[in-house]
Structure formats: C-alpha cells, structure tokens
Design a protein around this ligand. Structure first.
Ligand SMILES: *[C@@H]1O[C@H](CO)[C@@H](O)[C@H](O)[C@H]1NC(C)=O
Ligand SMILES: *[C@@H]1O[C@H](CO)[C@@H](O)[C@H](O)[C@H]1NC(C)=O
Ligand SMILES: *[C@@H]1O[C@H](CO)[C@@H](O)[C@H](O)[C@H]1NC(C)=O
Ligand SMILES: *[C@@H]1O[C@H](CO)[C@@H](O)[C@H](O)[C@H]1NC(C)=O
Ligand SMILES: *[C@@H]1O[C@H](CO)[C@@H](O)[C@H](O)[C@H]1NC(C)=O
Ligand SMILES: *[C@@H]1O[C@H](CO)[C@@H](O)[C@H](O)[C@H]1NC(C)=O
Length: 765
C-alpha cells in the first residue's frame, strides 16, 4: 500500500457540494481560546471552563469542563429556505464513560445520540494525553442529517453523564452545520402573520365567512382566523403576482386546528386548483397541556405544513377552506407564520424535463406504458372534479430522452393511494435507469375519502439522485399489492440540473446500445469483451466479460483549473458476489470500496444467471484533486469466473469543480440508522449510530413508526431496556411498522454494523 493512501482517504471526506450553504463552522483551529465560544449559552460546566486540550487539539468542552449536568446551546439562522440540515462534528468522549449518552437536540427534538464505554477503543487516534491519566478516551467523526425547513433553529448538546468533569466528560470540535436548499434561485414570495402581534391587515386577502379576521389563541399567539372565527365554509384566498421563473412553490405555515375537528373535518389548501387536505393528526382531545384556546377541555393541535407544489406560471392563487361538519364555535382553524418561496434554477443549470398531470383535468397518458411497452388500460379516474393518472396495480414506465448534460435529477410526484395500503410491506419503488432510489416521502398529508374510501391518502414523493444519462428511464413499481390496492398519480415534474460550480469533463456509456470503450485500457477481461447487454441497456463490461480481477482504466487529460473532481456512475453487480470488493481508484489510489449486499438475492433480475439477482447503484464520489490529468480505475477482487460473478458500468460522468469558498465544503455520510415517529421516514427522527441500551433514558419516548437502515447494516430492537425481552431483527429499511413489529420495538437498540463492506444509499435529500 502506498503511503499516500491514508492521506487521500482522510482527505476524501472533504467534498464540495453546491446547493448547500454553510451555516456555521466552529472550533476548527487546532488550538483556540474562549473567544471561539461565541453565541453559545453553556450551563452546568465545571469551573466556568469552556474549552480543554485533548491530545494535540483544543476542543469545545471536554476534561474538567463538560461533565455531569453540562449543556451547551446556540441559536442559528440558515438564511436560506433549506429542506435539510447536516451536522458534522468530531465528538470526544473523555475518560470513564459507562454507557451514558451524548445527545444532540435541534429545536428541542432529539436528533442524534451516542453511547459508549470506557473500554471501547477510540475510533480515531488521539495524538497525546487527554483527560485523566489511566482512562482511555475516544473520538470520532459524526454526521447527522435531518429534514428541517425553518430558517431559525436552536441546537443543544448535552449528555447523561453523572460524574464530575474530571471523571467523565464530552467535547466537540470541527462543528459544522450545512443547509441543503432546492437550487440556486430561491425567492421569497411572501412572509405574513409571523410576529406574535402582527399587523392586523387582511386587506390583500379575499375573505368569506370569517369573522373576526384575527384572534388570539393562548399567550402571544395571534392567528389569522381562529376560534369561532374561521371554520365551516370559511374561505380565504390571495393571488401572488410577478413570481420569478421557478419550477415549484413551497408553502410553509402553522395550521392551528382548534377544539374537535375529527376524521371528516379538514382544511383544504388549494394552489391554483391543486387541492391538498390537512387533518388533525390525532384525536387526543383530552391532553390538558394543549388546552390553548377555544372551548375549555378540548385540546388544540398545531400542524407544521410544508407543501411543495410543482408550478411554473408567474402568478399563483392560494386559498384555505374549512371543510367541517360542525359550527365554528365547535370546530375551527387558523394559521400564522405563512412563508411562500419559489424554487428556481437558471436555465443554464436546470432543465425542466417534464411537467405532467398537473392540470385539473387531462386526457393524454404522456407516453407512459406498462413494462412491456403497451398502452395502459383505462388510465384516468376523476376524483372530486380532478383527474388522476391511474388507477394502476402494475408497474408503469416512461423514457425521457434528450436531456441536456447534467449531474443530477429531481423528480416530484404525488401519489394517491386507493384501496388497502395497511400492510407495512405495501408500497411503491422508484427506479431511475434501473437503479432503485430512496425517495423522500413527505407525510401522508391527506387521509380519508380522497375519492371514495376512508383508507385513501395522498403522499408526496421527492427523488433527488445523481444522474448523468441523456436518457432518463423512470419505472414505478408497486410492491405487495393485493385485491383492491391501487395507486394513481398527479403532479409529476422532472428537472435535470448541474450543481453550481461544476463542469462536465466527460460523459460515457450513456447510449442505450454501445459496443466499444474509447480510451480505456482493460486487463483480465474474458475473451477481450468490453461491452455486453444487461437488461434494457448496454454496459461497459458485464456478464461473461468483467470479473475475476479485471481492471479498467482511463486517463482524462488537460483538465481546467479545479479543486475537486466528481465521479458519477452506475455500477451493476451481476450474479453471486460473496462480499468481495469492487474498487474505484483515482491516480492509482483506492478512494472507495463497494460490494453487493447479498450473494444470491438482490434487487432485480437484469442479466447473467437466471438463479441470482442483480443490484445496481448510482455512485457519486467527490475527490480533492487539482492535477491537470486524472486517472480513473475500476477493478474487482472476485475469485470466480465471469459467468458466475461479474460487473458492469454505465452512465459515467467525470466533472471538476472549484471550491466556492469555505461555504461549500461538506463531508461524506457516516450512514447511521435513522428512526422516525411517522411512517415513510417522516415526523421526528433520531440518528442511531451505536448501541443504545435505553432510549427513554436519553429522552426518546415516542413511538417508532419507520426505520431507515443503510445497506450492510442491521438493527436488533428489543422490547425492554438493556437488551431484554423479545427482539426483532431488521436488515432493511422499514417504511411503516405495524402489528407485532411495531409493538416489539419499544426502547432499546442493539445495532450490528457490518464493517467495511457497507454500501451507501443514494444521496438523500
Ligand atoms: C383563488 O382560488 C379560490 C379557490 O379555488 C377561488 O375561490 C378564488 O376566486 C380564486 N381567486 C382568484 C383571484 O382567482
Ligand atoms: C361539538 O359537537 C359535537 C357533536 O354535537 C359534540 O359531541 C362535541 O362535544 C362538540 N365539541 C365541543 C368542543 O363543544
Ligand atoms: C435566477 O433567476 C433569474 C430570473 O428569474 C435569472 O435572471 C438569474 O440568472 C437566476 N440566477 C441563478 C443563480 O440561477
Ligand atoms: C411521446 O413520444 C413521441 C415519439 O417518441 C414524441 O414525439 C412525443 O413528444 C412524446 N410525448 C410526450 C408527451 O412525451
Ligand atoms: C402483508 O403482506 C405479506 C406479503 O403478502 C403477508 O405475508 C403478510 O401476512 C401481510 N401482513 C398482514 C399484517 O396482513
Ligand atoms: C439478517 O441478516 C443476518 C445475517 O445475514 C441473518 O442471519 C438474519 O437472519 C437476517 N435477518 C432477517 C430478519 O432477515
């Protein structure tokens, strides 16, 4: 192994990502003093100490500073309309930890926790003395991602340590927060009703059946509408003009549901005729801490609405309408903190590939077919005066061609679930060019009687994946459909984009059919074959071609000035891989190892042997790089013949980019398991990165409804604390736990992480 391997491997975690704003970067100097602790409010620290030394580094907190009772919090404002926050930091657990837990809270929600013990080795080396002598110390890099929309947020770091900071302590370093937003061109269209006592002016709104226009709910909460003011048959609407060019509009507001709205009562939000419905999330009317206003003895609910509407025109009409069956002294609603932004992208960076099924009524199937290329039977349904595309219980596919050069695609669609979707394994899979994607699924924001039945709901799906092919093949596959289970869709939009600051160097293997590989040097392939067919497409290599220690390299020359390179490709793992490595090297240094997750099983049967399935992944790698040539090498460590284990590559793009100042540096995922309070990876979430003996002890007492599990990892969830009682093991993500699976998962986790061979999910938004 070359010495530089280690150096490059360490550098690799610094990558450049645009469409991401650096909110803060703190405690990054090797040594710093108390002046670096600005804006933090610290309580419970020992002797007013804020910093300490661990090895050759200064850290925030640590030995003799942050022990029992210490907590540090700070307020931030991202300054952009983000939809995801990423926290990167180095966590130090110093001295005699005994399964206590370090926790990160955002807006008082627990989002990350880590538990460890004094006898655990340090995941990363500490150079020099740290903390008390005779007790080992540990440090590691942490990445936490969470869905988050508000510009302003509060961060709190704390622990359950119960000893003095001279005995056990925690500290952090290289604390960084990044906010991912929808693209380069976000404009705020409106911000209304956001102060506690906002100016009472509804003159720009058309108001029907609302009186008085404004009320107070509890202390300081002024609402547009509210108790006995806005309810049954109330409609408020407003048109916003002169919107800049955009591909979607995001509405965020706090919807207050007052007193007793139940399952037949809802608020419609209508954006240019597109109707979304919002219900009270529960019917726990008796919980006294939410008796805020209205009829005493009936609790209120505040629903944080985030609604993305694909939209293009220069004006938009939004209205809110109460559909209630009781009068407004009994069931009412109001709202505040309305914020409307448009998400745009300059035409140089973004291409609107498609915008389909968004009109109120439509009658063109837009070239969608079944998997055999046949027209779809009766593909339209009318529902509440609007057309839905469907209902279907079979996969539907469409190929978009002539995409301009790009490095990623964003796909938004709205799925109306019809019939029975109660089985947790019932769902939809979305394949983009044969690659299974992990979409972000927004909450089921409307339930009941979408068209006919009580069980119906609407789900928003948003897919954001690396993609470089000029052809985009979208395949929507139903999973575990039975009887009357059906899906329909509306509001589908596809946008291709190049991230800001990047330039395409090369785009290869993107044709449907190809049989050559220009400029590549291939060694160890079978019978000199360089291309084969795998499913619908040609691949570079493939079955009976690449395997048993094949390597393929190419050099890219005369690169313009750059700080990093981005390599995007789709890898096909064909047939019976037994956890052998697939390696990607840049300039002869391995930068990434991947493997297939299962020997015989996999995602789909595409090519090769009939008795084993294939897996495909789109991989995006960032490599610090500034030389004017770059050598890329793919190789395997397989030990069987290519009719038994093989690999292929498609859709390879090489891009280079310049760092746009410190603001655009991000780290790679650490791939923790993530638990959520709602189905479909929604609601509150917690990144679980190591064993937790008792979730309740660290403040997580909520039900767990879904779990996202990166490939190669598994989770054992126990019924009782300290790994006691019945347990359930999961090897793959669970999008909605019900029945025994739900009941069994209570408090404690034992997480079994398989080292080294883990594959990353596609980048999640
Ligand atoms: C806006 O939409 C609402 C509900 O769809 C409608 O009642 C209202 O007339 C519309 N306003 C304008 C200016 O089009
Ligand atoms: C609203 O009306 C329903 C039906 O009459 C009744 O059961 C309920 O108690 C009322 N709620 C309130 C808050 O008065
Ligand atoms: C933002 O949009 C405006 C027009 O709507 C356009 O002129 C401008 O170039 C865009 N900026 C970026 C960074 O995309
Ligand atoms: C449907 O396919 C035809 C032939 O490829 C093409 O000309 C047409 O533009 C497509 N229509 C849509 C809506 O994609
Ligand atoms: C869900 O569907 C699977 C596969 O069809 C079936 O084995 C299982 O029994 C179903 N579970 C429930 C609770 O209906
Ligand atoms: C998870 O994977 C392990 C190891 O491959 C296997 O022993 C276990 O049965 C799997 N569990 C489930 C629930 O599939």
């Amino acid at each position: 192994m070359r010495k530089s391997w280690i150096i490059i491997a360490a550098l690799l975690i610094a990558s450049a990502v645009a469409d991401v704003k650096l909110v803060t970067s703190e405690f990054s100097a090797k040594s710093f003093d108390n002046s670096a602790v600005s804006g933090w409010s610290v309580v419970g620290n020992k002797g007013n100490n804020l910093i300490s030394t661990c090895g050759d580094q200064t850290i925030f907190g640590g030995y003799n500073a942050f022990g029992v009772g210490a907590s540090a919090s700070k307020n931030y404002n991202s300054g952009v309309d983000h939809f995801e926050l990423t926290f990167n930091f180095d966590l130090y657990t110093v001295d005699s930890w005994d399964n206590e837990v370090f926790s990160l809270y955002v807006d008082d929600q627990l989002v990350y926790s880590f538990s460890t013990q004094y006898n655990q080795p340090s995941p990363r080396p500490i150079n020099g003395a740290c903390g008390a002598p005779n007790w080992p110390d540990r440090y590691q890099s942490v990445t936490v991602k969470l869905s988050h929309y508000r510009r302003q947020f509060t961060v709190r770091l704390t622990s359950t340590l119960d000893q003095d900071a001279s005995d056990e302590s925690w500290g952090v370093k290289n604390f960084q927060i990044l906010a991912r937003h929808g693209g380069g061109n976000i404009s705020v269209i409106s911000e209304e009703f956001s102060q506690d006592s906002f100016k009472s002016d509804a003159s720009s709104w058309t108001v029907i059946n609302v009186s008085p226009a404004f009320t107070q709910c509890g202390n300081g909460n002024k609402l547009f509408g509210g108790y006995n003011a806005m309810g049954k048959d109330s409609i408020v609407s407003k048109t916003y003009n002169n919107l800049p060019s955009h591909y979607g509009v995001l509405f965020a507001f706090d919807l207050w549901l007052i007193d007793s709205p139940d399952s037949v009562d809802y608020v419609q939000v209508i954006a240019d005729g597109q109707i979304s419905r919002f219900y009270r999330p529960d019917w726990n009317y008796g919980d006294s801490q939410n008796f805020i206003c209205g009829v005493q003895g009936w609790s209120e609910r505040i629903v944080k609405i985030n609604l993305f509407v694909p939209h293009k025109g220069s004006s938009i009409n939004i209205s809110l309408r109460g559909v209630f069956d009781e009068a407004k002294d009994n069931e009412s609603f109001g709202f505040r903190n309305l914020r409307i932004v448009s998400l745009g992208c300059s035409s140089a960076r973004c291409q609107q590939v498609s915008n389909e099924f968004y009109q109120q009524t439509f009658a063109d199937p837009q070239n969608w077919t079944d998997e055999g290329g046949n027209a779809l039977a009766s593909p339209f349904k009318t529902c509440s005066g609007a057309t839905l595309f469907g209902p279907f219980s079979v996969p539907i596919v469409k190929t978009y061609d002539s995409l301009q050069p790009h490095s990623g695609v964003r796909i938004f669609l709205r799925v109306y679930t019809l019939g029975d979707w109660t089985n947790a394994s019932t769902g939809l899979q979305f394949y983009v060019n044969n690659v299974l994607t992990t979409p972000k699924v927004a909450a089921e924001f409307a339930k009941n009687k979408i068209c006919d039945a009580d069980t119906e709901s609407v789900r928003n799906y948003f897919i954001d994946v690396p993609h470089a092919n000029s052809i985009l093949d979208l395949n929507i596959k139903p999973v575990n459909f039975a009887g009357n289970t059906k899906y329909t869709i509306r509001d589908l939009s596809v946008t291709a984009y190049v991230e800001e600051g990047q330039t395409l160097v090369s785009s290869e293997f993107t044709q449907v059919n190809f049989d050559s590989a220009n400029g590549w040097t291939v060694n160890g392939n079978t019978n000199g074959v360089v291309a084969s067919r795998c499913g619908k497409y040609s691949v570079f290599g493939g079955f009976n071609a690449f395997g048993r220690k094949t390597s393929a390299s190419k050099s890219y020359q005369q690169l313009a000035d750059h700080d990093y390179a981005v390599i995007v490709f789709t890898i096909y793992f064909i047939d019976t891989w037994d956890r052998e490595n697939f390696n990607i090297a840049v300039d002869d240094v391995i930068i990434k190892r991947l493997t297939k997750s299962d020997t015989w099983s996999g995602h789909q049967n595409l090519c090769g042997r009939g008795d084993s399935k294939e897996e495909t992944y789109t991989i995006q790698l960032f490599v610090p790089h500034n030389a004017n040539s770059l050598k890329l090498t793919f190789s395997d460590e397989l030990d069987q013949t290519t009719d038994d284990e093989s690999w292929g590559i498609r859709d390879l793009s090489v891009l280079i980019g310049k760092n746009q100042g410190d603001g655009y540096v991000s780290k790679d995922d650490t791939n923790c398991i993530q638990i959520y309070t709602a189905c479909n990876y929604d609601g509150q979430s917690l990144a679980v990165c190591d064993d937790i003996p008792d979730l309740a002890a660290i403040g997580w007492t909520k039900p767990i409804r879904s779990i996202s599990i990166p490939q190669g990892k598994s989770i054992k969830a126990y019924k009782s604390a300290n790994y006691k009682g019945d347990f359930k093991e999961f090897n793959s993500s669970q999008d909605c736990l019900t029945g025994q699976n739900y009941l069994l998962i209570n408090r404690a986790f034992n997480i079994d992480v398989e080292p080294e061979t883990k594959l990353k999910h596609q980048r999640r938004i």
